[in-house]
Design a protein around this ligand. Structure first.
Ligand code: BES
Ligand code: MN
Ligand code: ZN
Length: 507
């Protein structure tokens, strides 16, 4: 998708479609109070073109409600699309993001290949956050998952122009715009990876895609496989891969800005299970095809690293993605097996893990990934994983789960959420939960029973981060959009890319 920022007067812009936001200014709660929609632009010609439809009562400017006018009088655009924000008093950057996505998704199936989106003008919404939200939303809306359809027609919209008022702070908007294009592209890069089926994106191929991207944007990279796992004594990670004919991939991406040799090293660790059958503890076949997205945490880290390489924050970052396929076979691990995780240093023993359920494989690959990131010098850790169904039970498809062992790192992540607009809800950790994963035969077991499953999974990871400040993101419920919405297609969401990036940029 080509993107431009324009400061030209709205009514004069020649384009296939001009999208303008509308909001409902009705504040009365009386039952007979009618919606009172207004346009969020100060352009008098555009206002006049929309006046009769706004007055008709047919259009209420509800959230993502659209109405299309052809050949609007006094406006150079061929079409005028109104997109609703809902109640004006409740308008937020989130609503603007969704409205931009809605405009793009309105245009795509109609074969229109360009649109101009008017940056809403309202005292309630700062122009910079609106600019970011509009560009993010446009990229979110532009993605469709139909990669392998031979009649693929819903390709990119082609050209998206954001039209800002002439009186804007141009330098600030231009900077926000350019940054957000990189962020939107990176989020869609992640979504394209997550969308790939298991046969088209094996651990090896995920490693190749990450390496290609890294070379393109100037990141350091290494992709290792079985031999290196043995050398590092990554017994937990390797045990997940042992049942598959596909070798695992240990993907390392490095961002080392010039002149930064001190300060924190941020470690990004991602779960990259390219297909999770459950292994010997095999999953039911209903919905098993969805388990191609079990590498969404790893893909989020790869997308975030792309954005980091291009936006160049002044902090060192290292990403470790543990990719494997979890399969049942004669060589697969079995319930009851005991695995030895990677030791932090060669003179220490690795922690022993009793495998209760081979379907709790994400925590196994992450255990070694977290240890390796620390060994490579990470002083602060963040991991992302489609880790537990229990997290979806707890928070549904609305909030992803988040955990942290340190208030300072959490405060930074929480602040990043305000910028990214993504929804994460912090869940507790605690020694009482850790009791549930004690093992009789070894140090810990890989499942903690039915109750508090997202938390016991986090407690499992905590054993391997030791005292390092750490955030764990369980994105099982958010990584895949179950039903399409006006602003986003059904399929991979790219969740966590933006929040991880903003967290990194806060150092
Ligand atoms: N990849 C799954 C978790 C998952 C579930 C992701 C639904 C996305 C949607 C994970 O590997 C898994 O199977 N977890 C088990 C853990 C259990 C065996 C302790 C689960 O949640 O059932
Ligand atoms: Mn599993
Ligand atoms: Zn899994």
């Amino acid at each position: 998708m080509n993107t431009q920022l324009s400061f030209a007067p709205l009514a004069g812009i020649e384009t296939e479609l001009l999208a303008v936001l509308a909001a409902d200014t009705q504040t009365s709660k009386a039952p007979d109070a009618k919606p009172h929609p207004v346009l969020l632009t100060s352009d008098a010609a555009v206002q006049a073109a929309a006046a009769s439809v706004l007055a008709s009562g047919e259009y209420k400017a509800g959230a993502n409600e659209t109405v299309l006018l052809h050949a609007p009088t006094g406006v150079a655009a061929k079409r005028l699309l109104l997109v609703g924000l809902g109640k004006q008093a409740k308008a937020t950057a989130d609503k603007v993001r969704n409205a931009a996505g809605t405009a793009v998704r309105f245009v795509k199936p109609r074969g229109i290949r360009e649109l101009v989106f008017a940056l809403p003008v309202s005292e309630l919404l700062p122009a910079v956050s609106n600019t970011r939200a509009a560009v993010e939303g446009a990229f979110v809306g532009d993605f469709d998952p139909d990669t392998y359809r031979s009649d693929r027609k819903d390709q990119s919209v082609g050209s998206f122009t954001l039209a800002a008022p002439a009186a804007s702070d141009r330098t600030a908007l231009e900077a926000a715009f350019a940054e957000t294009v990189i962020i939107g592209e990176s989020q869609n890069f992640t979504r394209a990876l997550v969308n790939e089926p298991g046969n088209k994106l094996t651990p090896t191929l995920l490693g190749q895609r990450a390496a290609l991207m890294a070379a393109e944007v100037g990141l350091g990279w290494e992709v290792h496989s079985t031999e290196k796992l043995h050398e590092l004594k990554m017994g937990a990670f390797w045990s997940v891969s042992q049942g598959s004919a596909e070798p695992p991939a240990l993907i390392v991406l490095r961002y080392e800005p010039e002149g930064v040799s001190e300060g924190p090293v941020l470690g990004l660790v991602g779960k990259g299970i390219t297909f999770d059958s459950g292994g010997i503890s095999i999953k039911p076949s209903d919905n098993m095809e969805k388990m191609k997205y079990d590498m969404a945490g790893g893909a989020a880290m790869i997308g975030a690293m792309r954005a980091i390489a291009l936006l160049k924050p002044r902090v060192r970052v290292i990403a470790v993605i543990c990719a494997a396929e979890n399969m049942p076979s004669g060589t697969a691990q079995k319930p009851g097996d005991v695995q030895t995780a990677m030791p932090f240093s060669a003179d220490q023993p690795g922690k022993t893990i009793e495998i209760i359920n081979t379907d709790a494989e994400g925590r196994l690959v992450l255990a070694d990934g977290l240890t390796y990131a620390r060994q490579l010098g990470a002083t602060h850790l963040i991991d992302a994983a489609t880790l537990t169904g229990a997290c979806v039970v707890a928070l549904g498809y609305v909030n992803a789960g988040a955990f942290s062992n340190d208030e300072e790192i959490w405060a930074k992540f929480d602040a990043a959420l305000a910028t990214s607009g993504e929804k994460f809800w912090r869940l507790p950790l605690g020694d009482e939960y850790a009791e549930q994963i004690k093992s009789e035969i070894g140090d810990i077991k890989n499942t903690g029973g039915r109750w508090g499953g997202a938390i016991t999974a986090a407690e499992f990871l905590k054993v391997f981060v030791e005292d390092t400040p750490w955030i764990h993101l369980d994105i099982a419920g958010l990584a895949w959009v179950e039903d399409s919405k006006p602003y986003i297609a059904k399929g991979p969401s790219g969740v966590a890319v933006r929040s991880i990036l903003e967290w990194v940029r806060s150092y």
